[in-house]
Write a protein that binds this ligand. Sequence first.
Ligand SMILES: Nc1ncnc2c1ncn2[C@@H]1O[C@H](COP(=O)(O)OP(=O)(O)OP(=O)(O)O)[C@@H](O)[C@H]1O
Length: 287
Amino acid sequence: MTKQKKYLQILRRKKQRNILLVVLVRRPRQLSALVKQQNVFEINDLNLWYGNNHALKEINFPIAEKEVTAMIGPSGCGKSTFVKTLNKMVERVPNVKMSGEILFRGQNILQSDVDLVELRKHVGMVFQKGNPFPQSIFDNVAYGPRVHGNKKKQDLMELVEKSLQDVALWDEVKDRLNGPALGLSGGQQQRLCIARALATKPDVLLMDEPTSALDPISTLKVEELILELKKSYTIVVVTHNMQQAARISDKTAFFYMGELIELDDTNVIFSNPKNQKTEDYVSGRFG
Ligand SMILES: Nc1ncnc2c1ncn2[C@@H]1O[C@H](COP(=O)(O)OP(=O)(O)OP(=O)(O)O)[C@@H](O)[C@H]1O
């Protein structure tokens, strides 16, 4: 007899059918919610100082898998700094001091024995302005896989094609793969840089104002791309454009003077925030 049938028998006996049925029906839902809510990063009590400048203050921040998390807040509030802690880029800056923990899939990456090359294979980054290397389109995309030891021409060709297709650039460049990446338009260069980040098959894509240097049409293409990519990747995006955050993100985090003021579902942040500072910022009263 299945467990479910046993439950039903007990329940008939005890005439508590309604109560137990609720338990039986709700259990699977709760489980699936838990699976969906799995976090790729858990940031606990993170503090960061540039010399004496306390730039990040007691940040606690879970980042959920396969969601887009947008970071908003006025200039200098610590958005870029926070994002650069997630792949240890900020630690290259002289006089940086940090405390707390950043768990990436359970491992604290603030520990010194973390393999940087391996971490950045899993946590890719795309910057404000497309920054292709002064090499061919092919070599730009193949760069990461080559660094990670994949030298087979056929494998590289497949990876390059797949990555360029993922960013909807393949058709535009397939006949000029050996041409210079710097010959592409600004919007194409940015998509190329996203393809370069995807070629190492990362878990997470960090994007620091990825569209701020782009025209509206290229911006739209990158936004559509982000919505498509979130089916396979966890994405963290810094943006000054609040409409953009509202259009593309599932969660939004509002930073102010180094503090994480509020993190919630994007529709809550923009329609019913809990904190007055968030309300003032999203309604354009400051910043
Ligand atoms: N490399 C650095 N060296 C020293 N201080 C820095 C460095 N980068 C940022 N800061 C300081 O840290 C604080 C947070 O800066 P950060 O660039 O993270 O803010 P932001 O919210 O991303 O700003 P913006 O929206 O203007 O890019 C600021 O006070 C800034 O001056």
